[in-house]
Design a protein. Structure first.
Lengths: 315, 315
């Protein structure tokens, strides 16, 4: 049985210059699902994860603009809402595509919670910008009224920052594993959308927290939890590069996890770009994973044949 | 194996006098989950469905108030968002309660689409009020701009109306059935929230439509699709009554599906109240179901022992 967990990049859902209309979201999703359908046709069982940045950004904006009339929802609720929204579009578009190809498979999205440590140092040092920009006066009011952490994001423009704690485990992993790996033909499962809803363990049980979990790291933890061996990350570049963007840029066909760690240490993979994907790869490969593939959705098919993309192996 | 599909009434999530803050939603959910935990302790495997009226109402309001800045989402997307939101709260609170009771069960919410017939007469006669109230001038503008159907809901106050088509089948029923009935101890599944997201079948596949499916009817169709034999509806009254609210009101301990049809025909069960629950019962019992129980959450435990509530049987 060929299986993989595929983490989709932000581009799979919304391009940087799009505002987020529903037509745009469906259009991008169709392109993504055409590519995934190819993989399913080749016999892969898939778990799919996705981002939610633009969608949650829009929800936070709506929450704020309507706050005089409708009680605003905290961030964990907005993440859950976005899992509902994107999961719905995703399962609908992918299942339509498969049906058109004569493939009959069940697809479903699961609302996913991700356990984080309540003593994670990230809670003391929130770094992830979310939601709208504010003028200094608004920023001060919101700090006082809501107790938010707000930082200057651009010159004179302020934004809320929330913690980005490390994912420890996926609460729904048992169900996800069962759905994908049981039966003759497993189901296709969409999970851990937007990095999952972060929860901490308190005396009364799991409690949602306002934070954003890195979606690649959450995907790696999910892959480990369900004992998946192949982890694919789709991104904007066809291959991972050394000296990215410089004159001596060099594309990598493959590397070992030790090489990946060394390059990361050398600063080859910046935090806002390739860094999180490499960190996720290392976590996965050091916890039971066998192979990582990083490539663009355009090159996925060739990369699966070993002709493109960057593979990372345990050794 | 004792199993049941339980459809929660609106009260399970928000009371009529509440605005919908997150604290209120969690508080009500805890009460509901305490009751469900009792049933799970007694060995029941459960599929749980729920409403979403107030939550979707709030989302529509947010969409509208922010529409100059954020592209508004259509109703099917809002329903999917509400499944994410309520499913998240539900699975978290119920799993916390079960853990506290020493019960280890997996719980998960599935984004659920419900197939409706695109020729359903409801599409030509929208009757279900949704979203905010409008003044006549706004109502006229929205009719023109968006092509909405808008009707006078109260004297001088207008509201959008959407169709309420009949549910035909649940697209995710195969997965739901497998999760609940497979293995030694099935999982607890939350599905078909808010009556499910209505979709119609077009040449290109399933396409979402703006409409609201009756949540009791959707629950009955889900119960039939997964071959569940016991269907429970929790509502405000302890028992179904004849001549409800009049001096010769009479509580029913049980009835047959034929009696239910006759009473319905006689106008005993009004459309906005007991009617949909009785219609759902009839659909369920005429399509393979064995037993229906209608009662309040306070009386559920006694009703399961046969000491309260109203049972409806095939014959």
């Amino acid at each position: 049985m060929k299986t993989a967990l595929i983490a989709l990049g932000g581009n799979a859902l919304l391009l940087p210059d799009q505002k987020g209309s529903i037509e745009e979201q469906y259009k991008n999703m169709r392109v993504t699902c055409d590519i995934l359908a190819e993989m399913i046709k080749e016999g892969y069982e898939l778990v799919l994860t996705h981002g939610n940045g633009p969608q949650v950004g829009n929800m936070l904006m709506q929450n704020e603009l309507a706050s005089q009339v409708v009680p605003p929802m905290p961030l964990d609720i907005c993440v859950a809402q976005s899992q509902g929204q994107i999961g719905y579009i995703f399962q609908q578009v992918l299942s339509n595509k498969l049906k058109m190809e004569g493939i009959n498979r069940s697809i479903c999205s699961l609302i996913t919670q991700v356990l984080v440590d309540k003593d994670d140092p990230a809670f003391k040092d929130p770094t992830k910008y979310i939601g709208p920009y504010y003028l200094p006066s608004e920023a001060n009011r919101l700090k006082e009224e809501k107790g938010w952490d707000i930082k200057e994001a651009e010159n004179g423009k302020f934004r809320r920052v929330v913690p980005s704690p490390e994912p420890k485990s996926i609460l729904e992993s048992k169900i996800i594993r069962e759905l994908v790996f049981s039966g003759e033909e497993g189901h296709i499962i969409i999970a851990a959308g937007g990095g999952g809803v972060p929860v901490v363990e308190e005396e009364e049980g799991y409690v949602g927290v306002e934070g954003v979990i890195d979606k690649y790291l959450a995907s790696a933890v999910l892959a480990v939890d369900i004992e998946e061996e192949f982890f694919v990350m789709l991104t904007r570049v066809d291959k991972v590069c050394l000296n990215f963007g410089s004159s001596d840029e060099r594309e990598l066909d493959s590397m070992t996890v030790d090489q990946a760690k060394q390059y990361l240490e050398e600063g080859q993979f910046p935090p806002g770009s390739m860094g999180p994907k490499i960190k996720a790869s290392i976590h996965f490969l050091e916890n039971g994973g066998k192979r990582v593939l990083i490539t663009s959705s355009e090159k996925l098919s060739a990369a699966l044949d070993g002709k493109d993309g960057t593979y990372i192996y345990k050794d």
